[in-house]
Structure formats: structure tokens, C-alpha cells
Write a protein that binds this ligand. Structure first.
Ligand code: GLA
Length: 351
């Protein structure tokens, strides 16, 4: 594990960059600014390493603003309609940062704060524990929320992320990780040839503002059926209302199996390199976003231009707008209770 200075925020806070490696040669670089995974190097079928996440070489570029590359998202990952919800009979108004929506924690979400960081080592591997106290009222949320996010690199080529949170007042929480992956190597080409499997028989359709309608829809017979390994691009241009609303895939899938248990959520295979990504999580849902808003206006690491659909995100989470959808799994964290979730991104190669 190596630690260096990545730069300074405009307020003069020092930001660090940590490099984690395992004996297989896998390397993860992450910063305590936004808990961002800056790079992630994994081997292909021939043993060639490449960086498989989008991002920037310099802190300054992250500070200028970007679509959540590699970041920790909180307090609430994804959208809350009108930024409004009612808890214990009290109505709360969160900041609106995407039209009439509250998205990814608001104006200054967990992706833009400087976390406290300390190195950790466990039987599983080496890592960094990030912690942050979000003050009562931050972005409109109730309660002082103490959050920890532990990134661990294991000997099984896994990036393991453990989240915990406690609060001194009832509140809502929904944390996730927002890496944009491209298993062919970052910035080389689009992700449409990647094969994707999602362990879900249902998804939550959205309206034109990307807010779930509340319906839980069967995937069978729709472009949302990823129960078998299917190229991401196979149906993405079909004339389907849901694909039109999302400008491609930007939806939440209802994962099979019992939430709370760490289970396989998704598997991605990049046929040329042979690189495989498995996503394991304890969460009930998975947002699959096909990088539809990328449009070539961002130049990332090594001067590579991030064009349309050059990366995809698999964000384990609770369902979007859950506070306003009583039939969705609850996102309420009670005073004195402990929020605890785990997600694992596991890399390997296909024969
Ligand atoms: C999430 C959302 C997308 C988009 C990206 C960031 O995945 O679901 O709609 O906002 O973040 O651009």
C-alpha cells in the first residue's frame, strides 16, 4: 500500500491518493476525495494488465465536476422525485440538482466531500477505511449520519466495499459506488459488445424524468431481459418506451434472492480481452446505466475521449425514489440502528 498527495481542494484541504496491490498484480488507486476509485488495473486472458475504469489523472479534473466517475454516492444514491419525502409525519425537502429531482445526494453529495482515511489490513486483504459525518440538515436530510466505507483489495482479485452508517435521528440512507467500467480498457471503445447477465426477473420501469412509476415489471420478452448473457448493444436501439426514457439502459433491476445475503447480482464478459466482472451484493436492487450521457465532451485519463456509451455502471442499491414508494424495500435508518451493506466487484478471465 502506497499513500501520496493527490492535491488540494479550493479550501486548502489535502487530498490523498492510495495505491493498493495484491500478489496477483491487481492494482486499485483510490482517493479520499469522494471516495473515488481513480484506476483499477486487471489482467486479460493473456495476462496483460489494463485500466478498466473511467476517470482522470489529476484531482483538478475531478474538482471541475464530472458524472460521478468512480465515486461513493450518498446519502441517497439515485433519484428522489421532487426531492421530497415524509418521515414520521414530517415532510422534508432535499436540494434539487437535476431538474425537479434530487440525484445522488444533492449539490454536494458524498462524491464531493473529503473523507477521513486510514489504511486497514485484514485476513481478506489490504484497504482503506473512509469515514465521514454528514451533519443534520446537510442537503436537507435529517440526523447526524456517521458513515464508513471500507475498500478492500483481496487476493481473489476482488474489490470489496463495506458500508456502515448510524444516525442520531431517524433518516433515510442508500449508499452505492459509481465506477464506469470498460473491460476492454478505459477510453478505447464503447461497451456495446460486452455481454451482460443480471440475476433479476423484474425491473422498475421509469417515467420521462427517470423516476420509477412504482410498477414492478417482468423482464421476459422485453429488452430488459438479461437473465442470459446478452450483448449490451443487442437491443439498446429498439423502439421501446423504457429505452427511450432512459436514452438506453438507466434502470433499476429487482435482484433475485434474499436481500441481506451476499449473492451474485451480475456478470459481465468482454469477449476480446476475456475479462470478466462479477458483482456480488447484499442490496435488493441494481442500477444498470449504459453511459448514455457520455458524449465525447470529457477527456479522461491518458488523454482518452469518453464518447457515447464508453463505460457502464452497475450500482447495487435500494430502489430509486423508495421514500415515496411504500411497497419498495425500506430505506429508513432508525436512530440507534446500524446500516450495513456489502458489494464485491470480482475480476477474472473467461477461458
Ligand atoms: C446514474 C443515473 C444516471 C446518470 C448517472 C450519472 O447512474 O442513473 O441517470 O445520472 O448516474 O450521469
Amino acid at each position: 500500500m502506497r499513500k501520496e498527495v493527490f492535491g488540494r481542494t479550493p479550501d486548502g484541504e489535502i487530498v490523498e491518493l492510495y495505491t493498493l496491490t495484491n500478489t496477483k498484480g491487481m492494482e486499485v488507486r483510490l482517493t479520499n476525495y469522494g471516495g473515488i476509485v481513480v484506476s483499477l488495473r486487471v489482467p486479460d486472458r493473456q495476462g496483460q494488465f489494463d485500466d478498466v475504469v473511467l476517470g482522470f489523472d489529476r484531482l483538478e479534473d475531478y474538482l471541475k465536476g464530472h458524472p460521478y466517475f468512480g465515486a461513493i454516492i450518498g446519502r441517497y444514491a439515485n433519484r428522489i422525485a421532487g426531492g421530497r419525502f415524509v418521515l414520521n409525519g414530517v415532510s422534508y425537502q432535499l436540494t434539487l440538482n437535476e431538474g425537479q429531482n434530487h440525484l445522488h445526494g444533492g449539490q454536494k453529495g458524498f462524491d464531493k466531500v473529503v473523507w477521513k482515511a486510514r489504511p486497514v489490513r485484514s485476513a481478506r486483504g489490504v484497504g482503506v477505511r473512509l469515514s465521514y459525518v454528514s451533519r443534520d440538515g446537510e442537503e436537507g436530510y435529517p440526523g447526524n449520519l456517521s458513515v464508513t466505507v471500507t475498500y478492500l483489495l483481496t487476493e481473489e482479485n476482488e474489490l470489496r466495499i463495506e458500508y456502515t452508517a448510524t444516525t442520531d435521528r431517524d433518516t433515510i440512507v442508500n449508499l452505492t459506488h459509481h465506477s464506469y467500467f470498460n473491460l476492454a480498457g478505459q477510453g478505447r471503445r464503447d461497451i456495446l459488445d460486452h455481454l451482460l447477465q443480471i440475476n433479476a426477473h423484474y425491473f422498475t420501469p421509469i417515467d420521462a424524468n427517470l423516476i420509477p412509476t412504482g410498477e414492478i415489471r417482468f423482464v421476459r420478452g422485453t429488452p430488459f431481459d438479461f437473465t442470459q448473457l446478452t450483448p449490451i448493444g443487442a437491443r439498446i436501439e429498439e423502439p421501446d418506451e423504457q429505452l427511450r426514457f432512459g436514452r438506453g439502459y438507466d434502470h433499476n433491476w429487482v435482484l433475485a434472492g434474499p436481500p441481506g445475503a451476499l449473492r451474485l447480482a451480475a456478470r459481465v464478459v468482454e469477449p476480446n480481452s476475456g475479462r470478466v466482472l462479477e458483482v456480488w451484493t447484499t442490496e435488493p436492487g441494481l442500477q444498470f446505466y449504459s453511459g448514455n450521457f457520455l458524449d465525447g465532451t470529457i477527456t479522461g485519463k491518458e488523454g482518452r475521449v469518453y464518447r457515447h456509451r464508453y463505460g457502464f455502471c452497475l450500482e447495487p442499491q435500494h430502489f430509486p425514489d423508495s421514500p415515496n414508494k411504500p411497497h419498495f424495500p425500506s430505506v429508513i435508518l432508525r436512530k440507534g440502528a446500524r446500516y450495513q451493506t456489502t458489494t464485491v466487484y470480482k475480476f477474472s478471465v473467461a477461458p
